[in-house]
Design a protein around this ligand. Structure first.
Ligand SMILES: C[S@@+](CC[C@H](N)C(=O)[O-])C[C@H]1O[C@@H](n2cnc3c(N)ncnc32)[C@H](O)[C@@H]1O
Length: 402
């Protein structure tokens, strides 16, 4: 397993253990931690790890990625690098061990030496905050992540948190370790107003309701919410865009979560071959039944056109991978990967979708990019389709490059 794989695995496992939140919905307005008054101190990885992650992490051109408005869902592995930064956030209020900040970008947060960008949830940027560790300068904190002693502020026993699953630093076995983690939600006031899951209390602070409980074994857990059934929202059937697609079975309204699905396979473009053969026969059959592009690529082609980027790799889904693409004016569904639940979630991002309409996500920002990555000429009706001449020119240019 590469360092990148190990890291991303630990990230996911860590989130499962520590958080009810963790929607990794990407956002093209990702605040750069170098903006404003923020002083970046470093990233977690050592130089060697970084080199390796560069070599092994997939590029954004290999899987679905959106990059448009605030509802964009561009999944980029780089966004999940552990950004550690000296940062402050103004006007923060503490609620149930979590922080809600009303300003963005991140500016100043006096009690922390590191902020870890976890992902997004309902358009809210979710961070984990590590309080300042005594007797260590900022630089030492970064370079000595692995050796840094746990602080005593937030005790978690190492039985709860195996060392290998802690992306914030190692935890010695058989000791009481403190992860000193807090969760932080950063939200601008404008988007709060459109977020159905948030409300503002009398003090002006935003409150965010937790996601409904979800686990693969919903039926086994009495405390969980009822299983989320996508069939209550849409059906999969032939699409005029080609092959199969998803169609609303009733009127759907903005913000409705229509799909929560765990992947059949999480992999990388480099390890797909071996990962595929570790699957059960049923899962392999489900992958082979997904849309297969023309050409000689075989299984590689199936992964290329059906996978979603997730932290550290790509994932294939039985249902989510059936959604067709539409460009910005026509797309009506946004998606994000919920790291905590290892689940892809789709929700409606337009005012209303009438019963019978096709539900469409955005794979890429323009028809040229779609052709280059996925090999199809977009016919969504919301873009100017590529002409035959443009396609020919693309092939000529590609031929000249290679
Ligand atoms: C992930 S699959 C989507 C589901 C697929 N239609 C199926 O039958 O499983 C992606 C493929 O669907 C087709 N497709 C999706 N959106 C399209 C669009 N807007 N215009 C034309 N073809 C599209 C392309 O062949 C693309 O490679």
């Amino acid at each position: 397993m590469s360092a990148w794989d190990q890291f991303s695995q630990s990230f996911v496992e860590d989130d499962r253990q520590h958080s009810d939140h963790g929607m990794a919905t990407p956002d093209p307005e990702l605040p750069k931690l170098t903006e404003g008054n923020t002083t970046p101190i470093s990233v977690l990885k050592s130089k060697d790890d970084k080199e390796e992650s560069k070599a092994t992490s997939p590029t954004s051109s290999d899987s679905f990625s959106e990059s448009d408005d605030a509802g964009g869902d561009a999944l980029s592995s780089s966004q999940f690098e552990p950004y550690f930064a000296l940062a402050d956030i103004k006007r923060v209020s503490r609620m149930d061990n979590r922080y809600v900040a009303l300003t963005r970008p991140i500016q100043a947060y006096p009690d922390s030496d590191a902020i870890f960008l976890k992902g997004y949830r309902n358009g809210i940027q979710v961070f984990q905050v590590r309080p300042k560790q005594p007797n260590l300068s900022a630089q030492e904190n970064v370079t000595d992540q692995a050796e840094a002693p746990p602080s005593s502020s937030d005790s978690v026993t190492s039985q709860d948190v195996p060392a290998s699953t802690d992306p914030l630093g190692s935890v010695s076995p058989n000791t009481t370790a403190s992860l000193g983690r807090e969760e932080l939600y950063v939200k601008d006031e404008a988007s709060a107003l459109t977020d159905p899951a948030a409300h503002v209390d009398d003090a002006g602070d935003y409150h965010v309701s937790p996601w409904p409980a979800f686990s693969k074994n919903d039926e086994d857990d009495e405390n969980d919410a009822p299983p989320h059934r996508y069939q209550d929202f849409f059906e999969i059937r032939p699409s005029p865009l080609g092959g199969l697609g998803a169609f609303a079975v009733r009127d759907l309204k903005h913000g409705e979560t229509i799909l929560i699905e765990q992947p059949i396979l999480c992999t990388t473009h480099f390890s797909f071959g071996s990962d595929f053969y570790k699957l059960s026969e049923d899962d392999r059959a489900a992958i082979l039944a997904l849309h297969s592009p023309d050409g000689p690529d075989g299984i590689d082609g199936i992964v290329r056109v059906n996978s979603f980027q997730i932290p550290g790799g790509v994932a294939l889904f039985q249902v989510a991978s059936r959604f067709n693409h539409a460009c910005a004016p026509v797309r009506n569904v946004r998606y994000g990967y919920d790291v905590a639940r290892n689940a892809m979630t789709f929700s409606i991002n337009v005012y209303r979708v009438p019963r019978g309409a096709e539900l469409l996500i955005m794979y890429g920002s323009n028809p040229f990019e779609l052709y280059r990555i996925f090999g199809f000429r977009c016919s969504c009706g919301g873009c100017v389709p590529l002409t035959r001449r443009e396609v020919d020119r693309f092939h000529t240019q590609a031929y000249n490059i290679y």
